[in-house]
Design a protein around this ligand. Structure first.
Ligand code: SIN
Length: 481
């Protein structure tokens, strides 16, 4: 891999401020071509324990620093990430597959968490509470929760790390991260820059490895870890939550979704189609907040489908580093097979393929951007998160009915509403049982707002003031006069 700054390419674990080899290595490959990118440390539970020990030892000194001192170090990290953003984007595209422009966007999105939380930690105010007893003085102070462990996903190998690590570090916590096995290089490159920025040894640690169960057990059960944070699927999240129960860890869980995208007959069709393209085909549909069920009012169904069809047909598919490509491969073969299965199941139950519907000859991980119509709520494509480039369209006629259908899922992460009628838009946004609702846009993620889900889509929020609060304990202090 050719980089302007070859120091960013690291293959060993980053523990206690040092690069450490593991006993074994694991291959990291480009999902577009299958080409070997490098052999990375295949860490074990013992490596995770060493990382937790380092984070525990580093905690007293880091939490003792003033918010201003921590902010200064984090801002240096932010600056280095921005300066190296082209290389970081290249690493990300090669190990994950998304087009370079999207990867570049992710690097800046990821960096923005570091800048924002560096600023926000200066405002960790406590309160003076009007007392219930003249002989007592009551107040609260906020203190870092302690050592934080994180398991991060392959779909956003940079931003899902910084969205967790930045507020944790800013609050005065120390951090241990296990990145996804498929995308460790982005995590290790971030460590190299954190090291250059002067983050003290042991403050940030990364253990890469294929033993998800063994490493995961340490991160969820070690009594020295105070808080665990995870982005990934709901079934895995439930398992990890059960493991965290043994030591009553604080938890933040950003889990699966089944996002409805509702197009009313008073929507602006161009806005609706643009929003749908953005939420459905970003990262080849491998996004937790990607649209999964598209409900279109019967009166505008055909117009919407025609416009969507021409946008989908215009997508250029290929290797993420090629100019003009706007959709790359899926992450691995399993993901392609799963999407293929869901499409076949929908077709067998009466759905119609308007476009795509099959694997592409570009390579084994490519699936064609797909448009299905005639989908129903009973089909697996509507009840399961497809996590792929498949737009599955259904019809509706009645507002109350579509709200009921949109809410009829155990998930509650993100939802989308397209309407030019402000009263209806307000009504529907409020009625949807989701942690995030976007109206007349398909892009809403930002550092400054809380990201997270209701129901089985998660616990807690990332980003915004809520994302900062996740890493503090509030201590109530009562002084007798
Ligand atoms: C995710 O898929 O979990 C992250 C998506 C985002 O931050 O927009």
């Amino acid at each position: 891999m050719k980089l302007a700054n070859p120091d960013l390419l690291k293959f060993q674990n980053y523990i206690d401020g040092a690069w450490r080899a593991a006993e074994r290595t694991m291959a990291v490959c480009d999902p577009a071509s299958g080409e070997l990118l490098g052999n990375v440390a295949d860490g074990t539970a013992a490596d995770a324990e060493a990382a937790v020990a380092a984070a525990t030892a580093a905690l007293p000194e880091w939490r003792r620093r003033t918010a201003g001192e921590r902010a200064a170090t984090l801002k240096r990290w932010y600056q280095l990430i921005v300066e190296n953003s082209e290389d970081l984007a290249r690493i990300l595209t090669l190990e994950q597959g998304k087009p370079l422009a999207e990867a570049q966007g992710e690097i800046l999105y990821g960096a923005s968490f570091i800048e924002w939380f560096a600023e926000e930690c200066r405002r960790a105010y406590g309160q003076t509470i009007p007392t219930h007893n003249p002989a007592m003085r009551l107040s609260t102070i906020r203190q870092p929760v302690g050592v934080v462990s994180c398991i991060t996903p392959w779909n956003f190998p940079n931003a899902m790390i910084t969205r967790k690590a930045a507020p944790a570090l800013a609050a005065g916590c120390t951090v241990v991260i296990k990145p996804a096995q498929e995308t460790p290089l982005s995590a290790l490159a971030l460590c190299q820059l954190a090291d250059e920025a002067g983050l003290p040894k042991g403050t940030l640690n990364v253990v890469t490895g294929s033993d998800a169960a063994g490493i995961g057990r340490v991160l969820t059960q070690d009594p020295r870890v105070a808080k665990f944070t995870f982005t990934g699927s709901t079934p895995v999240g439930k398992l990890l939550m059960a493991q965290c129960a043994s030591t009553v860890k604080k938890m933040s869980m950003e889990l699966g979704g089944n996002a409805p995208f509702i197009v009313f007959d008073d929507a602006d069709m161009d806005t609706a189609v643009k929003a749908c393209m953005a939420t459905k085909f970003r990262n080849a549909g491998q996004v937790c907040v990607a649209t999964n069920r598209i409900y279109v009012h019967q009166a505008v169904h055909d117009e919407f489908v025609e416009k969507l069809r021409s946008e989908v047909a215009a997508l250029k598919i290929g290797h993420g580093t090629e100019a003009g490509v706007n959709m790359g491969p899926m992450i691995f073969r399993r993901a392609v097979e799963r999407v293929q299965n869901l499409v076949q199941d929908a077709v067998a139950s009466g759905a119609r393929i308007e476009l795509g519907g099959e694997q592409l000859p570009n390579g084994e991980n490519y699936f064609a951007p797909t448009l299905l119509t005639g989908v129903t709520d009973a089909m697996r494509i509507a009840t399961e998160e497809n996590f792929g480039p498949v737009a599955a369209v259904q019809k509706f006629t009645d507002e109350a009915d579509v709200i009921r259908r949109a809410n009829a899922t155990p998930y509650g992460l993100a939802a989308y509403v397209m309407s030019e009628n402000i009263r209806r838009a307000n009504r529907v946004v409020e009625a949807l049982e989701y942690g995030m609702v976007a109206c007349n846009t398909g892009v809403f993620s930002t550092t400054v707002a809380p990201f997270g889900g209701n129901k089985e889509s998660g616990i807690g929020r990332e980003g915004g003031v809520e994302g900062m609060a996740e890493f503090y304990e509030t201590k109530y202090c009562c002084f007798g006069a």
